[in-house]
Design a protein around this ligand. Structure first.
Ligand code: ADP
Ligand code: ZN
Ligand code: MG
Length: 523
């Protein structure tokens, strides 16, 4: 079977090699090196001081909480935290950078050698993280476009000095799907540990993508990728790495959504494969994603690339992190998505699919936990039965409403006990699943408890067999043709009869019970 990430054309088999650089704005109250507020909703240039506007003679002071968030991130991404890391000046001139250098980290970053485990259709794989470093964000330029002579730019330094983490992967990603899955998983983890909002539109989660394409002709590589035996530790990855670095990479910037990242990568893979197939060379360069035209365009080539002349920041001491501090943060680390998923499967017996949907958003998983904490049960079976129904209500009814109204669960207030109450009514037979949907739709609007709604609307499922029998007999009398069809062997005709019976009872009958009744009476 051809592995899904290998691109094949008449001239060969090609493998995309991708490495991602993600910038994340940390959720701190104040900036990285001064006490100005971090607030993207402030009026322009309200949260500024001599430090973050680069006045002469000022000195930076490290934000301790930003460092704590960096420790949290490094632990959640399985990285080694450097006991001592060093801030460095990255020198370049741009109007949004008032000091003419950005304080970053270079040779000795904050943390190294981590991984994020991702799950794809039919395999799992570790995406290795090269490094995580701490730095500060630049200001924001707003280009006002008027008539040519009136064009000007505005500068807002509110963002200048906002704490940033840069998370860089190894070139160990081999398809658009893997890149997308890594980014989704990374964002989810960062949201679980509450270090960043990770809002791409707001710019608190930004991604640059590096990509090259290599030929997969070589026996060793072909075999390796067919078997999908990906390295499970950093050292074995490093052994494989040299075989993958034979291509020339381009760097893609300016993607502002997951969709544009996927599109830009797909476009760039095709572009490079085409070049290589026709024996042309890929030029090492930075390319910008053009959203309107759906293409990547050259921005600067290697020769024009910045030489940042990094050197250690003379105004800051090396950053030392004690093992006690790391331990303290480790203990406080919340349950991560993959652990939650495992727990939902093990304790509640949820399917892999259900558990995946629940943990895909922290709010949803937390809400499910809240619902389950409101329950009492006598046995493991009872617990799992309830969990299944609660999960079903959350993933179909609740998510359906949220999606339809384009909301997230954090934006609404819904008492968890309503969901458990509703689930219990399904389990004890009060409500059919059709009635459950009706009650949910009602409580979504009125915010009333399921019990009240059921009483008010008289929505109780008919369980009285003699009453149901009457309905079934009526339906049989009124539909001789369908009955005939059923008797002549068309067994699916029974669903039409059940449909009629459901109509007559206004959805208050139990379809399973109806099926049984029809079968016994007809046979
Ligand atoms: P540079 O020196 O050009 O900044 P780095 O080695 O620092 O390059 O890597 C930057 C990013 O590019 C990393 O995410 C890395 O995984 C990725 N990368 C490096 N080499 C390649 C390659 N041959 N193909 C694709 N991505 C690569
Ligand atoms: Zn400031
Ligand atoms: Mg680099």
């Amino acid at each position: 079977m051809k592995p899904n990430f290998v691109v094949e054309d008449d001239l060969g088999r090609w493998l995309p090699v991708i490495g991602l650089e993600v910038h994340v704005q940390l959720k701190t109250k104040s900036k990285m090196f001064c006490s100005c507020a971090v607030n993207p909703r402030s009026e322009p240039n309200k949260n500024i001081c001599p430090v973050c506007t680069g006045q002469p003679g000022v000195l930076p002071v490290i934000n301790k909480y930003a460092v704590e968030l960096a420790i949290k991130t490094a632990l959640a991404l399985n990285c080694k935290i450097s006991p001592i890391s060093i801030f460095a000046r990255k020198n370049y001139y741009y109007p949004d950078l008032p000091k003419n250098y950005q304080i970053s980290q270079y040779e000795t970053p904050f943390a190294t050698q981590g991984y994020v485990e991702i799950e794809l259709q039919n395999y799992t794989k570790k995406i290795f993280i090269t490094r995580i470093h701490l730095e500060e964000d630049a200001g924001k330029l707003l280009h006002a476009i008027g008539k040519e002579e009136l064009s000007y730019s505005l500068i807002d330094y509110n963002r200048s000095g906002t704490p940033l983490l840069e998370i860089v992967t190894e070139p160990c990603i081999f398809s658009v799907e893997e890149a997308n899955e890594y980014l989704v998983s990374l964002r989810n983890i960062l949201r679980y540990i509450d270090v960043s909002d990770c809002d791409m539109e707001q710019g608190s989660f930004r991604c640059d993508a590096n990509i090259s394409v290599i030929s997969l002709e070589e026996e060793f590589l072909s075999k390796f990728f067919e078997d999908k035996n990906f390295p499970t530790d950093f050292t074995s990855w490093l052994n494989l790495k040299p075989y993958l670095l034979k291509g020339t990479k381009t760097e893609l910037k300016n993607m502002n959504s997951f969709k544009s990242i996927r599109e830009a990568l797909s476009y760039e893979i095709q572009r490079q494969v085409k070049l290589l197939s026709s024996k042309e060379k890929v030029v090492q360069q930075t390319r910008l994603w053009n959203e309107k035209l759906s293409i990547t365009e050259p921005m600067r080539s290697k020769e024009e690339a910045h030489d940042y002349r990094y050197f250690p920041e003379p105004d800051l001491l090396p950053l030392t992190i004690s093992s006690e501090w790391i331990q303290k943060v480790q203990i406080e680390l919340p349950e991560l998505p993959h652990h939650k998923k495992q727990r939902f499967k093990n304790i509640y017996g949820l399917s892999d699919y259900d558990a995946t949907v629940l943990v895909s958003e922290k709010g949803l998983a937390t809400f499910f936990d809240q619902c389950m904490s409101k329950t009492t049960f006598k046995s493991q079976d009872e617990l799992q039965q309830l969990a299944k129904v609660v999960c079903n209500i959350i993933t179909t009814e609740l998510l359906g409403k949220l999606n339809a109204e384009n909301k997230t669960i954090s934006e609404i207030s819904l008492p968890a006990e309503y969901i458990t109450e509703l689930a219990q009514m399904v389990i004890n037979g009060t409500l059919s699943s059709k009635l459950m949907k009706e009650v949910f739709a009602e409580l979504w609007v009125t915010k009333e408890s399921p019990k009240n709604i059921v009483e008010k609307k008289g929505l109780v499922q008919i369980t009285d067999v003699s009453e149901l029998k009457k309905v079934v007999e009526e339906v049989i009398r009124e539909n001789p043709q369908i009955v005939q069809d059923y008797k002549s062997g068309k067994h699916q005709a029974i669903s039409a009869l059940i449909g009629q019976a459901m109509k007559k009872t206004k959805g208050k009958a139990n379809p399973k019970q109806l099926t049984e009744l029809f079968k016994t009476i007809l046979e």
